[in-house]
Ligand binder design. Structure first.
Ligand code: SF4
Length: 314
């Protein structure tokens, strides 16, 4: 199953928010982003006009999407009045205008990736708030909704408690299942693997799947790809920077939305290092080009979540 089937002309991985309310021990954004500038509606409006085509915004990255602006700004609601589709990656503490969106606007939210960062919810006394928002999303969302939690060795002491909480507060009332995401930076010890497997068995009815990312594996046997990064695929950051790809130097520096500058590339880029999360996302969205057939390349699996469950992935 393809995650998102979009016909939008431009695909934008947009780290729009300069703030996150949580301080997860396993966060790959170090230090966790706090009170930095966020992209405004006017910044995104400039981009939409400049790129001149429909845009699929994948809002994922450093902070929490809703934490980057206030409810009265109605950033999401205003964007959805434009020729856009949207994917959201959220921690579930804020939903702002989401529950009040008209049905037609909600249909343009093609995917929501909701992560339960249980240890932080416990520490910040926000478990009931999160559970209520999770149930709201389950009830309202018409597109794909991925509920996941990250099992990190750093928080092993609350793995079982977190799953029991989800079972009681979300799975019980709604029947929605949970994806277990493995901490991509900290491989399990044998002991931790055994505990993971035990919990998977104990909570089997509510576990949808276990996930660990293998972005490079999808490109095994490929020497090069023709990548749309910089042409119709972009990365936009909360400070306004626009890049084609954060890992290829010559594809950076395509402008800055806050300075109202944007210069896309005219053609695809021949890339010999397709191994990152962006590469995988582009492949899954059917936008990657190839020069030659792959040699023994494994078929790309389903993209369980835009940007992969358990973001942020910067
Ligand atoms: S590293 Fe990936 S996203 Fe970047 S240019 Fe190469 S294939 Fe495209």
């Amino acid at each position: 199953m393809a995650l998102v089937d979009t016909s939008c002309g431009a695909i934008v991985f947009c780290s729009s928010s300069g703030h996150c309310q949580l301080d997860c021990s396993y966060c790959i954004v170090n230090p966790v982003i706090k009170r930095n500038p966020s992209l405004t509606y006017e910044d995104l409006d400039f981009f939409m006009r400049a790129v001149g085509t429909s845009v699929f915004f994948i809002f994922s990255g450093k902070g929490d999407f809703f934490a980057g602006y206030s409810k009265k700004e109605r950033l999401l609601g205003r964007l959805l009045e434009r020729d856009v589709e949207v994917a959201l990656d959220v921690n579930g503490l804020l939903l702002h205008e989401y529950p009040e969106l008209p049905e037609a606007a909600r249909r343009k939210v093609r995917h929501v990736n909701l992560t339960m960062h249980y240890e932080q919810l416990r520490r910040k006394n926000a478990r009931e708030l999160w559970a209520g928002n999770a149930r709201t999303l389950v009830g309202l969302h018409e597109g794909l909704l991925n509920l996941n939690t990250i099992l990190s060795p750093l928080e092993r002491g609350t793995w079982e408690e977190s799953l029991a909480f989800f079972e009681r507060e979300v799975f019980g009332p709604t029947g929605r299942k949970l994806v277990l995401v493995t901490d991509c930076d900290r491989p399990f010890s044998d002991d931790e693997r055994a505990e993971h497997d035990r919990l998977r068995e104990r909570f089997a009815p509510m576990i949808e799947s276990s996930y660990s990312a293998d972005f490079a594996g999808a490109f095994a046997g490929r020497e090069a790809v023709l990548c749309p990064a910089g042409q119709s695929y972009f990365r936009i950051w909360n400070d306004g920077r626009v890049e084609g790809c954060p890992w290829v130097g010559e594809l950076g520096g395509l402008g800055n939305l806050k300075e109202r500058r944007f210069e896309p590339r005219p053609a695809p880029f021949r890339c010999t290092t397709p191994r990152f999360c962006d590469c995988y996302d582009i492949l899954q969205l059917g936008r990657m080009g190839f020069e030659e057939p792959a040699v023994d390349a494994p078929a790309a699996g389903p993209l369980d979540a835009v940007g992969g469950p358990g973001s942020p992935r910067a």
